[in-house]
Design a protein around this ligand. Structure first.
Ligand code: NAD
Length: 348
């Protein structure tokens, strides 16, 4: 597949693929990192070619230094050396944290990522960003490093609940928005269903992310377009979590994409009719979220975004479907207008 990093493999028969990779890499020991859910649902799909299972608690709240210490301790107790291999079997939390732990253990050992959620398959597993949250700041500590391999297989998606799938689907939609209007058309023609045969979407989405990160691996420029929907989306996510309301990452990104479409409209880049059409479609999948922060709260929440320079909030916004511009700065009034416009779209 053109544009796809060579270390990424699609294979329905994930087990066989991992096993042959392990043989090829010939590590002295193999440890596999799981959380309680992937231990229950995904580990049984693999043969026992590992020496050690390391289990951590699931969830973003455990993607931190204390869990890393537990993993490093278990790796040490299991006698893992520089020649050992870590297999990260899980969603984005396991992939980001397991990759970080492997990249720093004894100055770096080899690791394979086997993403098991839709979000981690189409997004987190590609592009080499690894890390953990620190003192409430998301992905604050980490490194860029590609795994030795990423094995993508839809066999793992069958045990994901519909809400998790829908959350990952937001990143699939984002790929159409920022890069390929025909892909967005295909996505719209399919309509979301948890019965989806994910193969085609997985391949095209991974291809798109692969093309973008290959051109700009360290996010100096183009890679920033992958943040479309995320500047406002992260703010909405934090706002919900801080107020004790449950919200998944992709659900927040969906709201963020709608709000940033409204911002594109404020800049005169997108027509009102098109914003309404796209928003109506997204509301149909994700529902209308009334409780979004007002402009002042949004700005406070967005100011910590890693894309910012010198206190300026940098957005990645659509000029048109399939064409995204990064490092866009807007003023407070435009943000306020975009929030008001978003509420005006309320299409119950
Ligand atoms: P997650 O890893 O928390 O997984 C979601 C839930 O699904 C967890 O409870 C997990 O135990 C469970 N689960 C995983 N696989 C399962 C399966 N096959 N069947 C049943 N349950 C399963 O969340 P996520 O949405 O996969 O990833 C979110 C994380 O990814 C965030 O930490 C985010 O920062 C990170 N991320 C990283 C990048 C990157 O470029 N590195 C990009 C996007 C997101």
């Amino acid at each position: 597949m053109e544009g796809l990093p060579a270390y990424i493999q699609f294979n329905r028969e994930a087990d066989e693929e991992i096993w042959s990779l392990v043989k090829r890499l010939a590590p002295d020991k193999v440890a596999i990192l799981v959380d309680e859910n992937t231990r229950k649902f995904c580990l049984p799909l693999l043969s026992e070619y590992y020496d050690q299972v390391i289990e951590v608690k699931s969830g973003e709240q455990n993607k931190n230094l204390s869990t890393c210490s537990q993993i490093w301790d278990q790796m040490t107790e299991a006698g893992l050396s520089r020649k050992s291999l870590l297999i990260n079997l899980g969603g984005g939390v396991i992939g980001d944290m397991g990759g970080f732990v492997a990249s720093t253990y004894k100055r770096g050992i080899r690791f394979i990522n086997v993403p098991t959620t839709l979000l981690s398959q189409v997004d987190a597993s590609i592009g080499g960003k690894l890390g953990i949250d620190y003192k409430g700041l998301k992905n604050h500590i980490g490194v860029f490093k590609d795994p030795d391999a990423v094995i993508l297989s839809d066999v793992f998606l069958k045990t994901l609940n519909e809400r998790q799938l829908r959350s990952g689907y937001a990143e699939v939609i984002k790929h159409g928005f920022i890069w390929d209007k025909n892909y967005l058309k295909d996505i719209r023609n399919r309509s979301f269903s948890n019965e989806e045969d994910w193969d085609l979407l997985l391949v095209r989405s991974v291809e798109i992310k692969g093309e973008i990160v290959e051109e700009d691996p360290l996010e100096k420029g183009l890679r920033k377009i992958l943040n479309f929907g995320h500047t406002m989306g992260h703010a909405v996510e934090t706002y919900h979590l801080e107020n004790g309301k449950d919200m998944l990452h992709g659900e927040a990104v969906a709201v963020g994409m709608i709000m940033e479409l409204c911002l594109s409209h404020q800049l005169g880049w997108m027509e009102a009719a098109q914003v309404r059409d796209l928003s109506t479609w997204l509301f149909g999948i994700y529902g209308y979220v009334q409780s979004v922060p007002d402009a002042d709260s949004l700005i406070k929440l967005m100011i910590h975004d890693k894309k910012n320079d010198a206190g300026q909030i940098n957005f990645s916004l659509l000029r048109a479907v399939g064409s995204c511009q990064y490092d866009v700065q807007v003023n407070r009034q435009q943000i306020e207008n975009a929030v008001a416009y978003y509420h005006g779209l309320d299409v119950k």
